[in-house]
Design a protein around this ligand. Sequence first.
Ligand SMILES: O=C(O)CCC(=O)C(=O)O
Length: 264
Amino acid sequence: MRASLLQVAVNEDESVDSRRRRVAALVRDQAGTDLVVLPELWTTGAFAYEGFGTEAEPPEGPTYEAMAKAASEAGVWLHAGSVPERDPDGTLYNTSLVFSPSGELAASYRKIHRFGFDKGEAVLMGAGEELVTVRLPDTVVGVATCYDLRFPELFRGLVDAGAETFVVPAGWPERRRAHWTLLARARAVENQAFVLACGTAGTHAGVPQAGHSVVVDPWGEVLAEAGPGEEVLTVDFDPATVAGTRDRFPALKDRVLGLDRPRR
Ligand SMILES: O=C(O)CCC(=O)C(=O)O
């Protein structure tokens, strides 16, 4: 299976419209790849909080339309990263969209763990409540977004739902880059799964982005890693490695369930 992670540069000197057109063209260029992955909030920038409200889109807004079309023109599965979504009830969500090669919406995921503590996403957006997996022809994808990477129980939930490959769009800041790579590898090793983690490049709202998108195999080995700038990171991997690893080293079978809750 071939995946291409589009590590998009999100800078303020480019308008959202022009970035959307540029990214659609980049997706179209990936014809022949099985799965294309975009980062978190690449239209506005994950730290450009003031844009969340102004650029928020209805469930089938302009980014949805452009990405559905780009997926079908390229004939690829497209994890289109996330967009600020405005629910009909007015609540904003950080919502990831996954399209099939015919441009149908295959899944959407509202980020569960909102980042920012007492500001930004944590106060401006609602929290998702549902774990989401998507069945591709060769693997079952579990979806998570950026800060979710710090919460291993979410990934265990995705494994229980059948996930073999995690796709994690992000807008991870440069100042915590070491955590990004470490956590991507940890989630891969502990769940014996592939991790495809796609971040942004550039600087928005004064926050330099880490770049360094990374693909990790179920043994925790880094198969490919991007540099700091805009880049297309293409990698070939064999999803059957997941079953092989889980078979040969069956640590997941030794789980003791319920330890994430106090026992009485
Ligand atoms: O957890 C982190 O260090 C970064 C998280 C983040 O930037 C986000 O979720 O948007």
